[in-house]
Design a protein around this ligand. Structure first.
Ligand code: PLP
Length: 403
């Protein structure tokens, strides 16, 4: 009896806990800036019109069934996903050096990458370096797979921008061959990305020190509104001839959060090597999830493979990216107009869903307790939680806590 009486009680997940507190709050002007999901200008979840269209098409298709997908997923989905992130004319695709496998969204792709490296990369002995800070789940995912992690400098709390020197120093001083997890665009949680010139410097050091790039791409097209711009770093690394992997999520850019549509791509130096890698990925996948979920992948595949739907999707993407960019600029001008102490330029310099405001723990606590504005204790806000209706209220609340 009571064999599990000693299981320690774990704390609730910080983000999900924040959402629960927000829901329980009855104050009418409350704002939730914690959650990493797009909201429209009324603060509501947004089903992309193109996704609704694809959904209607699928539902009325009399041939649709609920059979299993292949272990590696829906082929039309994985090949379109590879073209989307690498570019249709990618040398890696032309030279048959890419293997792609459908995953449980971006999280599942990260997990698969970590498990694969633990088994097949230098006897699982290499550390994976994560940016400081990074998406809260990265550390846990690598720990589950038995891959040791370490941190590289990334965010400079003084400039509220990139600590490029610190990042390069970590790359110069780590063990040769180490794994570096890089956010392809719209770095979570800081919103700070390297410029193209900085990416070139990063690639130079990584190449020289034979570091392995582990790209996490959760926001292609959602960050800048341009699919090409947001994939620039990845394509640049491919062009330079790196062996590397990519974790691709369709949660944000298709608004398919709960459908868990994602893909994992591995780029090897030869077609023979990539075939071997693909065979092992399938073995891992089979033992873990057997085969991936079908519906979200069918929606994405339908849209990516139909030129008119693809065009409509890029317009929907632009709607989301523009609204977020507009919220950055409104928040910035409100703070400037209030004369709020400090510089707020980082709000407009950062990119993607998140912004590291620079607000500290005590200021965050006050925002939650006195203004009913919910955000994580590190001062990260989701720009998607702001609307034309609440941005003034939020700016005034920030103004009060920093004075
Ligand atoms: N990687 C990063 C950097 C993220 O920000 C996210 C989502 O917040 C993910 C991966 C994975 O998300 P999902 O599993 O929903 O695709």
């Amino acid at each position: 009896v009571a064999a599990f009486a000693d299981v320690p009680l774990a704390p609730p997940d910080a983000i999900f806990h924040l959402t629960a507190s927000y829901k329980a709050d009855t104050f009418k002007d409350k704002i939730n800036l914690g959650v990493g999901a797009y909201r429209d200008d009324d603060g509501k979840p947004w089903v992309l019109p193109v996704v609704k269209k694809a959904d209607d098409l699928l539902r009325s298709d009399p041939t649709l069934d609920h059979e299993y997908l292949p272990i590696a997923g829906l082929p039309a989905f994985t090949s379109a996903a590879a073209k989307l992130v690498l570019g249709a004319d990618s040398p890696a695709i032309k030279e048959d050096r890419v293997t792609s496998i459908q995953t449980i969204s971006g999280t599942g792709a990260n997990h698969l990458g970590a498990v694969f490296l633990s088994r097949f990369y230098r006897n699982g002995k290499m550390k994976c370096y994560l940016s400081n800070p990074t998406w809260a789940n990265h550390k846990a995912i690598f720990a589950n797979a038995g891959v040791e992690t370490a941190e590289y400098a990334y965010f400079d709390p003084h400039s509220l921008g990139l600590d490029l020197a610190g990042m390069l120093r970590a790359m110069e001083t780590c063990e040769e061959g180490s794994i570096f997890l890089l956010h392809a665009c719209a770095h979570n949680p800081t919103g700070v990305d390297p410029t193209q010139e900085q990416w070139k410097m990063i690639a130079e050091v990584m190449e020289r020190r034979r570091l392995f790039p582990f790209f996490d791409c959760a926001y292609q097209g959602f960050a800048s509104g341009s699919l090409e711009k947001d994939a620039w770093a990845i394509r640049y690394f491919v062009q330079r001839g790196f062996e590397m992997l990519i974790c691709q999520s369709f949660a944000k850019n298709f608004g398919l959060y709960g459908e868990r549509a994602g893909c994992f791509h591995f780029i090897a130096s030869t077609p023979d090597a990539v075939k071997r890698v693909g065979s092992q990925l399938a073995i891992i996948q089979r033992s873990e999830i057997s085969n991936p979920p079908a519906y979200g992948a069918r929606l994405v595949s339908l849209i990516l493979n139909s030129p008119p739907l693809f065009t409509e999707w890029t317009q929907n993407l632009s709607t989301m990216a523009s609204r977020i960019i507009l919220m950055r600029s409104l928040l910035h001008s409100e703070l400037v107009a209030l004369g709020t102490p400090g510089s707020w330029d980082h709000i407009v310099d950062q990119i993607g869903m998140f912004s590291y405001t620079g607000l500290g723990g005590e200021e965050v606590r006050k925002l939650v307790e006195e203004s009913h504005v919910y955000l994580t204790s590190n001062g990260r806000i989701s720009m998607a939680g702001l609307t034309r209706g609440n941005v003034k209220y939020f700016a005034r609340a920030v103004d009060r806590v920093v004075r």
